[in-house]
Design a protein around this ligand. Structure first.
Ligand code: BJ8
Length: 427
């Protein structure tokens, strides 16, 4: 696609093309600074570079083509919302969480300033008409996780077709029953939207397809446990972010091809980091594309990000859906278990399993230290930080808590704090 093809597509989508051009101008610079400055990147990163290089061109054009062929596109904002149901109905799922400051002022026009940047950017992207994904979707699926999102969906619904899944806030047996009912309702909604029946075959195929995507991501993450880490944390973050909206089968194939290359690097003990680099685990709120700030700071301050206990990290890929069942009831039960039981969002009370996971992952990935990351105004993760930091202290794992947003205003201060933290780990 040429730039002018893209412009025509964006104009046809009703976008504010002129304002959007400003974003298109800024992104290559940001991407170049964070990614292309790295030495000895795996060759397999070329695919992801290409995807990001034309992030608002290639995939949107594919989605529009699919719509012309009668498929629907469904946008989601949370990893509790099961993509299998979307895929099983013959529709396409795409992640919508936004990670750029570019969209925040637009969100602030309709939301309180004291709202987390992820929510503000998501609404800004829609209301400013500056993101093709937010124009293309036939349905936007929200959830009742945090208060900020819950209320923001009401505002988004004034401009976009919304459907809300009511996520329980505890994990008792009755909460699983409730979530099962929610998944069934979601299936009905998608059957209405697409005009297709979700069959046992189509749902099972979707489960396998998305498990294969998770397996590829799990395989990728395994390399980060090595002494000689063959791929940077920045690159793994980028791949994970792309997983949210790329075609799942192509993504799986490309990620496995990259892992084949990393297998060779493993045999040859290739590391992209210098000896003595400190291993850092990040935990906390999601890092949506193009939010690369923390990884960039850590990895230019003597650290390597070896794991993200985040929704844009291990929480997205670690647990598979059990593939055993092929009958409808069995599959829905397995989806319920995976999408409620196995995700530890701070919206749950209690959320001890997340704390246990952080300690387990810090050991598995042999982290020298943990950074507890909070997006500004995210109250639930901020509050849960109390337990995170206490548990890490008890386990003898150094930790710092930081709060940040999508601006670059705190970059210098973060560099100083994170730099001092990493230096302290060396002593
Ligand atoms: S499962 S983390 S993707 S809700 S950062 S919008 S919680 S105020 S994004 Fe999330 Fe699902 Fe949970 Fe994951 Fe609210 Fe906090 Fe903002 Fe958040």
């Amino acid at each position: 696609m040429t730039m002018s093809d893209n412009h025509k597509m964006w104009a046809d989508l009703g976008m504010d093309v002129e304002t959007h051009d400003l974003l298109c101008e800024a992104l290559p610079q940001a991407f170049g600074d964070v990614f292309l400055t790295q030495e000895n990147r795996p060759k397999g990163m070329d695919y992801y570079n290409m995807v990001v290089g034309d992030i608002h061109g290639i995939r949107p054009a594919e989605l529009i083509q699919a719509q012309k062929n009668g498929q629907k596109v469904v946008g989601t904002f949370c990893i509790h919302v099961p993509d299998e149901v979307v895929l099983g109905s013959g529709a396409i799922a795409t992640g919508l969480c936004s990670g750029s400051q570019f969209w925040v002022p637009g969100g602030e026009r309709v939301l309180p300033t004291a709202t987390c940047p992820l929510i503000k950017a998501s609404l800004g992207a829609r209301f400013d008409k500056t993101c093709p994904f937010f124009r293309i979707c036939d349905l936007f699926v929200g959830e009742t996780t945090c208060d900020g999102k819950k209320k923001a969906w009401e505002i988004l619904a004034t401009d976009a077709p919304m459907y809300i899944m009511d996520i329980p806030q505890m994990k008792r047996p009755e909460d699983f029953d409730k979530w099962e009912k929610e998944i069934k309702n979601y299936m009905v909604k998608l059957e209405e939207l697409t005009g297709n029946k979700i069959t046992e075959e189509s749902l099972h195929e979707a489960i396998v397809t998305l498990n294969n995507k998770r397996k590829a991501l799990k395989r990728l993450n395994e390399f980060r446990k090595l002494d000689n880490i063959p791929i940077s944390g920045r690159d793994v973050l980028l791949i994970t972010q792309i997983a949210f909206y790329d075609d799942p089968k192509r993504f799986t194939q490309m990620t496995n091809a990259l892992c084949d290359e990393l297998d060779k690097r493993k045999e040859e003990n290739v590391s992209v980091f210098e000896a003595g680099t400190k291993r850092i685990l990040l935990t906390g709120t999601p890092l949506s594309i193009p939010n690369w700030k923390l990884h960039q700071i850590v990895e230019t301050s003597g650290g390597a990000v070896v794991c993200e206990e985040m929704c844009t990290g291990i929480r997205y890929s670690e647990h598979l859906v059990d593939e055993e069942a092929t009958d409808m009831d069995g599959m829905i039960k397995n989806l319920t278990h995976r999408y409620l039981g196995n995700i530890n969002c701070a919206c749950f009370t209690p959320n001890d399993a997340r704390i246990d996971d952080i300690i387990r992952l810090a050991k598995e990935y042999r982290a020298d230290g943990v950074i507890d990351v909070n997006l500004k105004f995210c109250n639930i993760y901020d509050t849960e930080g109390y337990f995170v930091e206490k548990a890490l202290e008890e386990a003898g794992i150094p930790c710092i808590g930081i709060e940040t947003d999508y601006t670059d205003e705190d970059a210098e201060q973060l560099k100083t704090r994170i730099g001092a933290f990493i230096e302290m780990l060396g002593k």
